[in-house]
Structure formats: C-alpha cells, structure tokens
Design a protein around this ligand. Structure first.
Ligand SMILES: [Zn+2]
Length: 409
C-alpha cells in the first residue's frame, strides 16, 4: 500500500511536500516524494489523503486508563493528599467490570486523538488477560506495598505472573511514599533480568518534598496515620531518596536507563547536582494539564534538557485531566514554554516517547523499517506543518497501527 499526503512529517529530516509512504507487512518499506515512491512501487494500492500532514502516531508516555471513568469527578484539590483521599473514595465504588470498561473507553478516546502507543499504568494486572488492546500498549503493573511492606517481593512476583503473557509490559512501583525500598529493588532486579522498562511517580508534589526532606506536612501525616514506617523521612529530597534506595541495591549501580520517571516537579539545587553527576540519563514524563490541575511547582524543562535528560509528554489519568488528547497536551506545554519550537514539542510525543520506551529503532519516526503507526491531520500549509499539527484540536481524520487502517479519511 502507498499512502500519499500533501506533507509527510517524518520526524527524521525536513517534512516532504507531496510525499508518500509505502507500507507492507505492518512496516514502513519506503518514504519519499510521491513521484519516486509510486515509480518504485508500481501496481500497489494508493491511498491519497489529499492536503493533510501524515505523521508518526503519537506516544503517550504516562497514563492510567483505569480511571477514564473518573473524568470530572474530582475538582482541583487544595492539596495533593486531599486528592489521594478523594480518588481512594472513588475507587471504593468501582468493580472489575467498571475498570475494564474504563480501559476500553480509554483506548478508543486515545486513538481518536491520534495516539497509537500508550505507556499505561494499571493497578489491576489481573484484568489484562481479559482486555484486547486496540492500540500499541505497554502494560505497567502499578505496585504499592505501603500497608504490607513485608510482602514486597510477593506483590511484585504476583503481578509479574499476570503480565508475562502480554507482549509488552513493565513494572511501576507507584511512588517512594507508597512503595518500599525493597519493592523498588525487586522491580529493578526483574527489569534487568527480563529487560523491561520501569516507571514511577517521583517528586510530583510539594507535599512529597516536605515529607521526605522535612518529615512533615499533610502527606507525611496521612501516611504515618495509615502505618507507614516514616524512618526514611527527614533526610533527603524525593530524588535523593530514590537514587539512594537504588544505589543500595546489590544488583544496581544506580539509576538505570530503564527508568521512565513521571513528573519530577519538585527539585532543589542538590537534586540538580545529583542529576548532573548521574551517568545514566533516564527519561522524564511531564504531564502539562495534570500539572496545571494540581498547581505543582514550575517544571524545570530547560535545566533537565541541559543535563541531557529525555523529556516526553503524557496525559496522566482523567482523574486529573479532561481528555486523552496529546494535541491538547502539546498546546498546554506550549503555553508553559512558548520559546520551545512546535517541532521540538512534536518530538516529545514521537521521537522522545519512543526513546523512553526504548523503541527508538522502530517507533516515533517515519523511516523505512519502522512500524507503520501513522496518523493524518488536515494541513493547509498556511503556516509551518509543525505549527498546524500542534494547533490541531479535533479527532484525527485517518490513522494506522501496525499497517492496519483504524479511522478512514
Ligand atoms: Zn500518574
């Protein structure tokens, strides 16, 4: 099949005017000018998308489809701890069937907005075998042992059993305040032996900073109340704590490349010294609209990039966001960082997302040999293609995942 479009935005060189992409067996086999591609692939079926921009499918590097059904249920909270209490109260009313519906609705919505790959954290790995994802999906088991830290290894191993049958998976110790050092180390051990990605929430809120650095504040009080051992508080920042628990690991030399760290909003000077010294430059996911909903401290995008970290974007869950559109996420990011070019912003949901999932040789670009995950959006070529793509605010008109057309033009 040959797909022709007014502009092909490859993310692998400048956009190609009157371009085309040849696809066969789920992969991209050729990309270039339509005249060249049609001459070398004569006899192939041609799909002409007209005056549209064809681009790589978008990659959402952090979301929780479990909570798609919680859209609009929790108003922006006064404190992060208040939000945790509110979502726990909502979760008490949900059944496994509700979660399955929620996840399936999430696939449909993400796809409508041009997302073809998702890094999804689920609290219910036991439901994964009952779900057929219609999108390229990484299932991360979200792991929490705050009420039973003695069972850390057991909790990780049970989740592992449920995920191993899926094609793409990873592990997600929830956060240093809800997952023990032992649980983090077990996850890292498994990630090394199974060669899978890891993700976690880190330094998200001011309350997490007060808890770890100063041993006080609402999150500290809340966790103490439910019986967490708080002896690891009052010494280090959340990032300092994270790097310390991994450094202690007998199998670890520090933070590995496997980590996809969500948020990292609360960082002090010492943290930046630590990041500058860190040999491994892990990936960081920023969730602009969830960040705004919570009113976290400004995200230190420029400094993190200067230190060589790979920054990508995610939507987080609909318990702290309005929808699963990465186009809206790109615009929210632009509002925060007007000096970053639209091309750089688009990279964060294509090339950088692929790198975060360690798929940079098959996803995130339109290049021969890459997986045929493509989306199209109208492009009048009145301004730059990148500007038009970032400004796009409707469902995509056409998309393809693994060579299969999903939405028709
Ligand atoms: Zn999250």
């Amino acid at each position: 099949m040959i797909i022709r479009a007014g502009t092909v935005v490859t993310m692998d060189g400048p956009p190609i005017e009157n371009g085309a992409v040849a696809v066969s067996g789920g992969r991209i086999t050729n990309v270039g000018k339509f005249s060249d591609i049609s001459a070398t692939n004569s006899g192939e079926q041609i799909v002409d998308l007209g005056e549209q921009a064809l681009l790589p499918g978008l990659i959402n590097a952090h979301c929780h489809l479990d909570y798609t059904c919680l859209r609009g249920k929790i108003p922006p909270p006064k404190s992060f701890t208040e939000w945790i209490r509110a979502i726990n109260a909502e979760k008490a009313n949900l059944s496994p069937e509700d979660y399955i519906r929620s996840i399936n609705d999430g696939f449909a919505e993400a796809k409508r907005f041009g997302t073809t790959t998702l890094a999804n954290l689920t609290g219910f790995p036991e439901l994964v075998s009952r779900i057929q994802p219609s999108i390229r999906m990484w299932w991360f088991a979200e792991l929490i042992d705050v009420r039973e830290p003695s069972r850390a290894n057991e909790i990780v191993d049970a989740a592992l059993e449920k995920l191993k049958s899926t094609e793409r998976w990873g592990l997600a110790p929830h956060a240093p305040f809800s997952a023990s050092a032992k649980l983090y180390r077990r996850c890292e051990e498994i990630a090394r032996s199974e060669d899978v990605p890891l993700t976690t929430h880190l330094a998200e809120s001011r309350e997490e900073m007060s808890m770890f650095r100063d041993a006080r504040g609402p999150l500290y009080e809340f966790l103490k109340e439910i019986g967490r051992d708080m002896s690891d508080c009052g010494q280090r920042t959340p990032l300092g704590h994270f790097s310390e628990i991994l450094r202690d690991s007998s199998t670890s030399v520090g933070m590995t490349q496997n980590w996809l760290v969500a948020h990292l909003n609360e960082l002090v000077d010492d943290d930046f010294d630590l990041l500058a010294r860190s040999i491994t430059k892990f990936s960081i996911v920023h969730c602009p609209r969830s960040h705004e909903y919570f009113g976290h401290s400004p995200f230190q995008f420029d400094k993190l990039c200067e230190h060589g970290f790979n920054v990508c974007l995610g939507t987080d869950s609909l318990a702290s966001n309005d929808d699963l559109s990465l186009f809206a996420e790109m615009r929210a990011f632009q509002k925060e960082f007007p000096n970053v070019s639209p091309e750089e912003v688009l990279k964060m949901v294509t090339v950088n997302g692929a790198r975060a999932l360690r798929q940079e040789t098959v996803l995130g670009k339109i290049r021969s040999g890459f997986l045929a995950d493509l989306v199209a959006v109208p492009c009048a070529r009145s301004t730059s293609a990148f500007e038009e793509i970032v400004a796009f605010d409707r469902p995509v008109s056409w998309s393809m995942i693994g060579g299969q057309v999903q939405n028709s033009a």
